[in-house]
Design a protein around this ligand. Structure first.
Ligand code: C2E
Ligand code: MG
Ligand code: MG
Length: 392
């Protein structure tokens, strides 16, 4: 790795030709940027963090190519802008830019090799320093984690839960909370779940993590016993099977003296539909034991009507990508509206997630959507803060 002098805008350069990436880093730092160069995928993943404003990447690399990096940035909700470099065919540069744009990644420009420092300067100059996301848990520096780091983190209790309140839209009262996991990494700061849940799922560590989340959420709910609220918990589909979920949850609720009616198990639509058959009996048994089942991120997957009728869900959460756009996008409005009436037709409660303004709240309430959560009411917060603001 090669570090250059500090500046206001952080640039990460990745090119499998180390000479090339170092050259670009030197040029960028000569122009006053803070630049780091890496020359392979592993180094990239290690160096990556949301602190980077601009990522300059080579499209053609042997292990992790530019397209995969675009996907990585998208999945890790990177806010960075990118500059594409390539020595090859211009049309590929063009399709790559389109792909990035589709994923809401800003492309500052493309550099066809060989290029001059002047060209680099012009393109880098297009980056305007944006205000970083307000510094709640999302705005802090995060980095791509490793399996080893996660294993240690679980053992060292670096993981903790925050809670986002859910409201009865009619009465405006808190009806429940959703438990959301966070990782306070000792050196990298707060890490967002989008950065480690996929890794946990691939490596099998998700079971350990879920155990922790379940235990923690149940203890918290026990402390809130005097309040009539539910606790929603996200689980990955593999854990549902691996952990013998019905028995495990049964044991946990008994140990904490909690009514299963108060627990809502959330599974995402996409995960679920990949293997409905496998989950069906477990989910049915969960319902028989009186746990609530919620289908999360609804609208992002492809459930057929038939599948929806078959799975024993009693709550549907309309994905935030639709809710956030409801007021200015007719298609999102249609999806939200249809999801609500579909759920009602199937006797399910509806939760809208991602309510960011009053207009959206009122519109959803008007449509008969029962529950809602979103930044308008509250971001995910600590148990103590939630108690102070909403339960006292
Ligand atoms: P999710 O279950 O769909 O959780 C809702 C996400 O939407 C949360 O992100 C929350 O902060 C965000 N959100 C809520 N209201 C708003 C809003 O008004 N505007 C915007 N822009 N965002 C809003 P978070 O906490 O980062 O969680 C991301 C995802 O990570 C969750 O999506 C869930 O799928 C997963 N996750 C979180 N905790 C766990 C866990 O303990 N286990 C598993 N398996 N997955 C988890
Ligand atoms: Mg959820
Ligand atoms: Mg969701």
């Amino acid at each position: 790795m090669h570090f250059s002098k500090p500046g206001q805008v952080n640039v990460l350069i990745i090119d499998d030709e180390a000479d090339m990436s170092e050259f670009v880093a030197d040029a960028a730092s000569a122009l006053g940027y803070t630049a780091i160069s890496v020359s392979d995928a592993d180094e990239f993943v290690r160096a990556y963090s949301t602190a980077f404003d601009v990522i300059i990447l080579d499209l053609f690399m042997p292990k992790l190519d530019g397209i995969e990096i675009i996907r990585f940035l998208h999945e890790n909700r990177s806010g960075a802008s990118i500059i594409l470099m390539s020595g090859k065919d211009k049309s590929i540069l063009h399709s790559a830019s389109e792909l990035a744009a589709e994923r809401n990644i800003e492309v500052l420009g493309v550099l066809e090799k060989p290029f001059t420092i002047d060209q680099l300067e012009v393109i880098l100059g297009k980056f305007t320093v944006r205000k970083r996301v307000p510094n709640d848990e999302q705005g802090s520096i995060s980095a791509a984690p490793t399996v080893e780091g996660m294993r240690r983190g679980i053992a060292n209790r670096e993981f903790f839960l925050v809670y986002q309140p859910q409201f009865d839209l009619k009465t405006g009262k808190v009806s429940g909370v959703e438990a959301l996991v966070r990782w306070q990494h000792p050196t990298r700061g707060l890490i967002h779940p989008a950065l480690f849940i996929p890794l946990a799922e691939e490596s099998g560590l998700i079971n350990k993590l879920t155990e922790f989340v379940l235990e923690e959420a149940m203890s918290q709910l026990k402390r809130w016993q005097a309040h009539d609220i539910t606790m929603s918990i996200n689980v990955s589909p593999t854990t549902v099977v691996d952990l013998d979920m019905p028995e495990r949850l049964d044991a946990l609720t008994k140990a904490h003296d909690i009514d299963p009616h108060k627990i809502v198990i959330e599974l995402t639509e996409t995960a679920l539909m990949e293997n409905v058959g496998l989950y069906m009996d477990i989910l049915t048994r969960l319902r028989m034991k009186n746990f609530n089942l919620s289908i999360d991120d609804f609208g992002t997957g492809y459930s057929s009507m038939q599948q929806l009728v078959r799975v024993p869900f009693n709550e549907l959460k309309v994905d935030q990508s639709f809710i956030r756009q409801v007021m200015n996008d007719a298609e999102c409005r249609a999806v939200a509206q249809m999801s609500i009436s579909l759920a009602h037709g199937l006797n399910m409660k509806v939760v809208a997630e991602g309510i960011e303004d009053q207009e959206t709240y009122d519109w959803l309430k008007e449509l008969g959507c029962e529950l809602g959560q979103g930044f308008l009411m509250s971001r995910p917060i600590s148990a103590e803060e939630l108690e102070m603001r909403f339960l006292s």
